[in-house]
Ligand binder design. Structure first.
Ligand code: URA
Length: 241
């Protein structure tokens, strides 16, 4: 059971405030009867209309995409470049959960579930995101320590993270470092390495909480299972405690 104005706004009728007006103006019927009472409770079996047109809740959809590089992480692009939405076959208005840079590849969640998206991206929800960075130079143990214990970015120290050297390529003067962070500040990984004097040459997100890129190739996507969605909800709640 939920309040009529919330139900209408979740059906995409209008904002909650506007829906209150619509109810007040006697444009809403529940099971054939006009309801002008704010806070009237409805459930999924009720037949709800606005100006005699039936409104229904949108199905929630959840996808995981292996984002390629050179793809815009937004719903639309004013220069008509490929966006992450172009990789998903749906008529629902889905959007990316958080952002990956144009030149970053890897695991991206997309959904039309605003509640879950807000929970996962809210700074108080410490969801782990793991990245593999190829950087210019040979990383020192001191800098691994610095990455793990916090780097000053715009006057605010990053939260504790996990950093692990994956490979050192002495011949070409490159390092591969796995960095797991719980925040999602703008260009955070690049800026953390950048502050220490390393340029990130390639960046890929390999994990998002318990989700991995297993069985996906670049540009491929799949729907999340109900079990995975429930787990994301639970983890987001748990990690905010
Ligand atoms: N950090 C970055 O710098 N870029 C991304 O795309 C994601 C995290």
């Amino acid at each position: 059971m939920e309040r009529l104005q919330k139900y209408l706004s979740e059906c995409g009728v209008a904002s909650r405030r506007k829906c209150e007006e619509i109810i007040f103006n006697k444009k809403v019927k529940v099971n054939g009867k006009i309801v002008s009472e704010l806070g009237y409770k409805v459930n999924s079996t009720d037949h709800v209309t606005v100006e005699d047109i039936e409104v229904k809740k949108k199905e929630k959809e959840y996808y995981i995409l292996y984002k390629p590089e050179k793809v815009i992480c937004s719903v639309k692009d004013d220069k008509n470049r490929t966006t992450v939405i172009d990789f998903i076959n749906t008529s629902e208005k889905i959007f990316p959960v958080g952002r990956l840079d144009y030149d970053t590849s890897g695991l991206l969640l997309l959904t039309n579930d605003g509640e879950l998206s807000n929970m996962l991206t809210h700074p108080s929800h410490k969801i782990e995101k793991k990245y593999l960075a190829k950087i210019d130079g040979i990383i020192s143990p001191k800098d691994i320590y610095m990455l793990e214990n916090g780097i000053m970015l715009d006057g605010v120290k990053t939260k504790k993270s996990k950093a692990k050297i994956q490979k050192i390529d002495k011949k070409n003067n490159k390092s591969f470092v796995e960095l797991t962070i719980t925040e999602g500040r703008n260009h955070q990984v690049k800026n953390m390495f950048g502050t220490l004097g390393y340029k990130v040459l390639k960046l890929k997100r390999t994990n998002y909480d318990f989700l991995t890129l297993k069985n996906l190739s670049i540009g491929q996507s799949r729907k999340l299972t109900i079990k995975e969605v429930k787990k994301l909800y639970n983890n987001a709640k748990e990690k905010s405690l």
